[in-house]
Ligand binder design. Structure first.
Ligand SMILES: [Zn+2]
Ligand SMILES: [Zn+2]
Length: 262
């Protein structure tokens, strides 16, 4: 079974990831306006009414802005854990009860398996996801301040990984953000730096030759090419050949990535 994925938007201005096994299609987060989500889906030739479920990682606005809107407009079921529901429900607006699903462990949507796992972020009960179909596995991990053992274990043996590479530490520290915000971003419940991600990736690469997309890049404290080079340099230092042992690319704030077939 082939899984297809496109990251429709990534960063603090909005996040959404489209994944499909051709029969079932899901969005992970929908943190843009309804109109903009429709526009991004259209760019990858998907109609919003083809979406079978929206999975929520956590209640921050950049992940849920359009969740309620799409659910109402296209009668799409939403999946989140209880604490995320508790924290998000005011922002999601009035929903059809039948579309409100609470998960507490692994679950299926059509033929697509979903395994949530805890991440370390300043939200109610934030999660990453492993999405699988047959032997194909995609991992999603953004919005985490550090890499816990649980995250590390869940990101092994993947065919494709969307991983946060939020900021360059020097740019963050020398930038204009107020002290409390710098501290929050750097903190254990904040966001991963380029160096954090560069240090993690070598242990996740095996004969699967995974595709890796750097995500949730900061507009103010990062440059896509810098994130890419930081990660690439460390991988090469560890003996991996980018393009052969793995594929590496990054996501965008203002447009979808291409569709990757896994
Ligand atoms: Zn976010
Ligand atoms: Zn967040």
């Amino acid at each position: 079974m082939t899984l297809t994925i496109s990251v429709l938007a990534s960063g603090s201005s909005g996040n959404s990831i489209y994944i499909s096994d051709s029969k079932t299609s899901i969005l992970i987060d929908a943190g843009l306006s309804g109109k903009e989500l429709e526009r991004r889906l259209d760019k990858v030739s998907v109609k919003a009414d083809e979406i079978d479920a929206i999975l929520v990682t956590h209640e921050h606005k950049d992940h849920i802005k359009g969740v309620g809107i799409l659910s109402r407009r296209y009668n799409i079921p939403i999946f989140a854990n209880q604490l995320t529901w508790d924290a998000a429900s005011d922002d999601l607006g009035q929903l059809d009860e039948n579309n409100c699903n609470v998960f507490s462990g692994e679950f299926m949507i059509g033929g697509i398996g979903i395994k949530p796992f805890a991440i370390s972020h300043d939200a109610g009960d934030p999660v990453g996801y492993v999405v699988f179909s047959g032997h194909k596995k995609i991992g999603i991990a953004t919005d985490t301040g550090f890499i816990t053992t649980e995250i590390r274990e869940n990101l092994k043996n993947l065919n494709f990984l969307v991983i946060e590479s939020n900021h360059d530490l020097e740019m963050l520290m020398n930038g204009n953000y107020p002290h409390f915000l710098k501290k929050r971003i750097r903190g254990e419940k904040g966001h991963l730096s380029n160096d954090d991600t560069a240090a993690l990736l070598p242990e996740l690469i095996n004969s699967n030759r995974p595709g890796i997309l750097l995500a949730h890049l900061s507009k103010d404290n990062n440059i896509p090419k810098l994130a890419y080079i930081t990660v690439k340099n460390n991988l090469e230092k560890m003996g991996f050949k980018v393009g052969e042992d793995l594929k590496l690319d990054y996501t965008y704030r203002h447009k979808p990535t291409k569709i990757y077939n896994i």
